[in-house]
Design a protein around this ligand. Structure first.
Ligand SMILES: [Zn+2]
Length: 182
């Protein structure tokens, strides 16, 4: 089973226990927050022509239990369990479900929150959605290509060029080192 999955009851406690920005009180910056793309109000992002659409059965056949729980059911891996937290090599991070390039190593930084963190995403690679689960207002990050859940983005990283922290599950990503054939 997916024993590395964070129980929903712990999501709120952990999410609000670190970082200078209180995630639960909706302290979004007035301007410049998430240079990204589009913040869709609601759960469904618009389908794009290139979007990969599979049934749950097809995803289950392709993914492990933990990968499915996070990528397709918006679960959260336990902090400090992910294999990519301390990945420091030059390369690119791809969606584990569809292989789309999402983040580059140059935007990865040490946030000490227990999950891989980036200050920006590749252009048009992710979509952002309002997430009101667990009694909080957060911004969910999904892969623009296959609609899989990646993590959340918080405007609480003033030490970075954007001020944003894309807090992404390791299990949602794969890493390709530069120069390595994919
Ligand atoms: Zn994807």
């Amino acid at each position: 089973m997916a024993s590395d999955l964070l129980p929903p009851s712990e999501v709120g406690r952990l999410a609000s226990s670190f970082g200078p920005g209180s995630l639960a009180t909706g302290t979004m910056r007035d301007s410049g927050a998430y240079r990204a793309r589009t913040l869709f109000q609601g759960r469904e992002s618009p389908l794009s022509p290139n979007k990969i659409v599979k049934t749950d059965a097809e995803w289950r056949a392709q993914l492990t239990d933990l990968e499915f729980a996070v990528l397709r059911e918006a679960g959260t891996e336990r902090p400090w369990t992910g294999e990519l937290i301390d990945e420091k090599r030059d390369g690119v991070f791809r969606c584990r479900a569809c292989g789309a390039q999402l983040f580059e190593s140059g935007t990865k930084f040490d946030s000490h929150c227990g999950w891989p963190s980036f200050y920006d995403a590749d252009p048009d690679s992710v979509v952002l959605l309002e997430d009101r689960s667990h009694g909080m207002v957060r911004t969910e990050v999904r892969c623009a290509n296959c609609d899989s859940h990646l993590g959340h983005v918080f405007p609480d990283a003033p030490q970075t060029p954007t001020g944003d922290r894309y807090c992404i599950n390791s299990v949602s990503l794969t890493f390709d080192e530069v120069g390595e054939d994919a």
